[in-house]
Ligand binder design. Structure first.
Ligand code: B12
Length: 255
């Protein structure tokens, strides 16, 4: 069954796939796997290589490649889930690229499910100094999507050697110095650069607008480039504008 699933997945154009037993998924801060599927037995993790356009000097082009990856990840993971249902009578719970991401006051910037822990459990890499999972072949330029299922699948072997070469380039090239402390991403510093038109700037913008003293000042704010970007980001979704910790990593560059 694992070979047939792998073949189906790779034929769709997904770059790699790994299988993990649900009880080896161990992410200290995220929810229990049974929250997503009560009789969860396995996790199928799909790996998507990021397009080289993420290195484009044009941030809009880099961002667009990322949005394309998201669209493909959504459609291909749906097709895999439907295949599991129709061929094996499986139950599935698809966990997309970023969400579910409930915004509770006590759970800020923590998703319900950790794609990174799932990827490590499914033998798709190891955690690197940039706190991203580094795939043995594609390096750090890879994103993950998971499908939790009630199928019993033979787990893929874990990657035992450390794939990170500890060159420190990710740390040195982070414009927000968000990786200075090993094993921890300073989320606020990262977000200022990676998501400059995210919720932080949105709140600051609306506070400024609400406190503005004249109609002229309000008009100036609403016709500003900043507001246009905020609005665009709200429609497009995650508007990532920094890829440095990913693109400065030399592992797997030629693959
Ligand atoms: C929220 C989020 C962010 C937030 C905050 C991230 C954070 N909390 O660290 C912000 C906006 C800052 C962010 C930034 C980025 N993100 Co982000 N993000 C997420 C998202 C949606 C949720 C993360 C989360 O809360 N997980 C739940 C918590 C409980 O688990 P966790 O993230 O795995 O956190 C644990 C690990 O980091 C672990 N850990 C860290 N280092 C090590 C080392 C060892 C040895 C071990 C055992 C564990 C460990 O400890 C944490 C606590 O348990 C995930 C998608 C997802 N659902 O997983 C993507 C995700 C983590 N992001 C990703 C990427 C690529 C990025 C960026 C490069 C942005 C970009 N341009 O794409 C930067 C990189 C920042 C960095 N170097 O850390 C990818 C990572 C892919 C990979 N190869 O690992 C993910 C998995 C998206 C995806 N589906 O592929 N992100």
């Amino acid at each position: 069954m694992e070979n047939a699933i792998r073949e189906f997945v790779l034929n769709l154009g997904v770059d790699d796939v790994g299988f993990a037993s649900a009880d080896t998924y161990n992410s200290p801060k995220s929810y229990e796997i049974t929250n997503f599927l009560p009789d969860a037995k396995s996790i199928i993790v799909l790996a998507y290589k990021v397009l080289s356009s993420c290195e484009s000097p044009s941030l809009s082009v880099a961002l667009n490649g990322y949005l394309d990856l998201g669209a493909f990840a959504r459609s291909s993971s749906f097709r895999v889930a439907r295949y599991l249902e129709s061929k094996y009578g499986a139950k599935v719970a698809n966990i997309p690229l970023s969400t579910p991401f409930e915004i509770h006051n006590d759970r800020r910037a923590v998703a319900d499910f950790s794609q990174r822990h799932a990827a490590v459990a499914a033998g798709l890499g190891t955690f690197g100094r940039n706190n991203l999972v580094i795939h043995p072949q594609f390096g750090t330029r890879v994103n993950f999507v998971s499908i939790v299922t009630n199928l019993e699948l033979e787990p893929s072997p874990r990657v035992n050697e450390d794939v990170c070469i500890h060159c420190n380039l990710c740390v040195e090239n982070c414009p927000g110095r968000a990786l200075d402390e090993a094993g921890k991403t300073d989320v606020m510093s990262c977000m200022k650069n990676s998501l400059p038109y995210g919720i932080g700037n949105d709140i600051a913008f609306w506070s400024q607008l609400l406190n503005s003293s004249s109609a002229e000042e309000r008009k100036k704010l609403l016709t500003s480039e900043r507001y246009a970007y905020l609005r665009q980001a709200a429609y497009l979704g995650n508007q990532y504008m920094c890829f440095n910790c990913m693109k400065s990593c030399p592992v797997g560059v030629s693959s």
